[in-house]
Design a binder for this molecule. Sequence first.
Ligand code: PMP
Length: 460
Amino acid sequence: ELTNESNESNEANEAQQAVEKDRRYLWHNILPYSKNHKPMIGVKGSGSWVTDMEGNRYLDAMSGMWCVNAGYGRLELAQAAYEQLAELSYFPLTQSHLPAIRLAEKLNEWLEGEYVIFFSNSGSEANEAAFKISRQYQQQIGQHHRYKFISRYRGYHGSSLGALSATGQAQRKYKYEPLGSGFLHVRPPDGYRRPAGLSLTAFNEQCAQAIEDTIIWEGAETVAAVIMEPVITGGGIIVPEPVYVEMVRDICTRHGVLLIIDEVICGFGRSGRKFGHQNFGIKPDMVTMAKGLTSGYLPLSATAVRKDIYDAFKDEDLYGHFRHVNTFGGNPAACALALRNLEIMEQEQLVERSRVLGERLMAGLAGLAEHPLVGDIRGFGFMAGIELVEDKASKQPAPLAVMTEMISRCKKAGLIIGKNGDTVAGYNNVLTLAPPLSSTDEDLEFILTTLTKVMQEYTG
Ligand code: PMP
């Protein structure tokens, strides 16, 4: 029989071997290469907590990549996928299957409108589908020159070439350019960095007006769609005034430009409503979603298209239909799991919970406003961004080293947080929080006390 001690050293050995194999065989997302970097190898998740291979526990205040909305370790979700896999593991959506039908119906309920759903596997793919639908729709209705897309700087819409073209972050793009043509960018409503002397409302109106000006200067008959998140998330939690979103909706309608709302992060309760745009009372023409749709348990994404846009594709002529195929999109097990995930969110009222937790999070963070490094604290639903600066008056962004130090200190204290921004454009200085919506009161307390302590001990 093994003693505890040799058990422990076996585990340490296994962990060491896994790290070595990781270094040899795995190419990670984004991470800059460093020979001293030790990957965190996750082995278990429960609620808001994850455990690594060495047995350390962390509160995951980023919900993985903003996706584990219903929390880790839900056996009902595993069960829903298992049962569907045993029954019918795969069926193409050139035909149909019940989990996809049921999920599409449920998404209509959540969207509070009439939408037809096209399934894919990732947020990037959902946006690619939206772009292709936009261009083809404009052609179907006789608007043959409308091919351009307008999005905002700092927004992120995905990693594939089309979605990356719409992305407005230099750091993710500059090595892969030239990208798709016809993708234009405008300034986001980044109120914290607005010109001095301008009111927040006037600035938001100016930013919305910039979209209309761009449409007019480009020639409205060349613009297919605007794509934006309700709130810029990955680009640093940039929250618009309601007037901005209302104006953009109105501008698009007046110029025959479709409005695609990217709900990949804001959707599924993160914003304190079912979808982020519902906070602004607008109706998008298309809604793209992924991440929280399955709480990250399986890959699945969707492009929801306003019914009457879909109707323009009903042409029986051979060229009228949408010639887009996605082998794995709408996989039956992923759909069954997503449906169960939405039912859990309804039963446990996680959307309402998100709103309550978000308010408490912001109240708890308010004390940090006096910290010498904190320039601004922004929140929306159950997410928050803390913008760090070297100097509060000049708003000079805190250097990357400060950001990584803060993140690493939080991690040592058992808290995983994120950072966002754009290194190439000169700022990557927003600490981000987006914990699971199923977080307990104790989880929130842990987040607030840990972050506050780390920040109080580190003043730059
Ligand atoms: N849109 C937004 C707003 C996102 O945050 C992301 C991913 N972070 C995407 C699209 C792309 O999603 P995926 O990584 O699943 O392709």
